[in-house]
Design a protein around this ligand. Structure first.
Ligand code: PLP
Length: 350
């Protein structure tokens, strides 16, 4: 979270300005919350330049529920097959839920090389007339990020952008549906931003349990049941912070700079640090994943870094090594401090 947003939340916690009560106690049906919800929705629309063809929804249940809602809504008797492009652990998890509602086609699986590369267009085994093509634009654990979308021949692209939403400009019109749990770049846990092409809302047409139906969330204005009021409020504040910083163009330049500071140390370390992703242009500008020649060095790196005030660097348990996340709220100074620490550590231990 940006520090200034945390400060604002602290300042407003006892009483929202002009409201007199806390965000934690106002009714989700009150005019005051109406204003907060509308404000958060328009802030997301502005930051992401969402066209009229698409609608922003706030839903609970995180990425895990989206993994179910997507096939539930979009796999129909006319288009039963959903194509999944697997470039990391999150996409694999998403694919695991399709079987309850449709037929799964793995259009590409980079798992054989432990998700260290992206497919080329010619590698994809897409199904003509598929219900949709799912991909994870930024694989958080493996540190690999799509910089452009594949050609799906008109089949809607469904993208998990949980760890790179708002990291830079995006043409929302290229997507059938975008989803992102908010807790990386867009607020706190508890709310998931879903941006859906309006014409796709008709696909589920009353054949689903109510909560799973996007059309019902849309009809209820993201208030099908009690919404996560605090998380929606926080998302609004984070979006406004992003606008105050100059928007997604500016933040993208900053994210590229922060990640490059760390990649440069890796690339100039004469093999002491090894990045997980093979091709430089596929490396994530959000999660920098690398390792050292031994598990012992990885562990020492984390404990020495912690002593130097640099925390949360341990790689995901499934991959080991180090993961430096430089989400939007990470200041440039944070990346600079890590890069300097890495140079020292390599000099002492290489
Ligand atoms: C790409 C991606 N998808 C999904 C999730 C998590 O989803 P959930 O909200 O179900 O925990 C994460 C969280 O780290 C993620 O990085």
């Amino acid at each position: 979270m940006p520090e200034s947003v945390l400060q604002q939340i602290q300042d407003e916690m006892m009483a929202l300005p002009g409201v007199g009560s806390s965000i934690l106690e106002i009714s989700h049906r009150s005019a005051d919350f109406d204003a907060i919800l509308d404000d958060a929705r328009s802030a997301v629309e502005r930051v992401m330049n969402v066209p009229d063809t698409h609608e922003v929804l706030f839903i609970q249940g995180g990425g895990a529920l989206q993994n179910i809602m997507i096939p539930a809504n979009f796999c129909t008797p006319e288009a039963q097959t959903a194509d999944y492009i697997l470039t990391g652990a999150w996409g694999k998890k998403s694919a695991g839920e399709v079987k309850y509602y449709g037929d799964l086609n793995i259009a590409y699986d980079a798992g054989d090389t432990n998700f260290n590369h992206l497919p080329k267009q010619s590698d994809l085994k897409l199904t003509p007339g598929a219900a949709y093509v799912h991909l994870t634009t930024n694989e958080t654990i493996h540190g690999i990020q799509f910089k452009s979308m594949p050609d799906t021949g008109g089949v809607p692209i469904v993208a998990d952008k949980s760890s790179d939403i708002m990291c830079g400009p995006l043409n929302v019109a290229d997507y059938g549906l975008i989803y992102a749990c908010a807790q990386k770049n867009a607020g706190t846990s508890g709310v998931t931003i879903v941006i859906v092409r309006k014409d796709l809302l008709a696909r589920s047409a009353d054949r689903l349990p109510s909560y799973l139906d996007y059309a019902k969330h849309s009809k209820a204005g993201s208030r099908f049941n009690t919404p996560p009021t605090f998380s929606i409020y926080a998302t609004g504040l984070v979006c406004k912070w992003l606008e105050s910083k100059g928007g997604v163009e500016k933040i993208e330049a900053e994210n590229k700079h922060k990640s490059q500071l760390i990649y440069d140390v890796i690339d100039n370390s004469a093999g002491f640090y090894t990045g997980h992703v093979v091709n430089k242009d596929e490396r994530s500008i959000m999660n920098v994943v690398f390792k050292m020649p031994s598990d012992e060095l990885d562990a020492r790196f984390c404990s020495d870094a912690k002593n130097a005030g640099l925390t949360t660097l341990k790689g995901h348990r499934s991959l080991g090594g180090i993961r430096a996340s430089v989400y939007n709220a990470m200041p440039v100074e944070g990346a600079e401090a890590l890069a300097a620490f890495m140079k020292d550590f390599a000099a002492q231990n290489g």
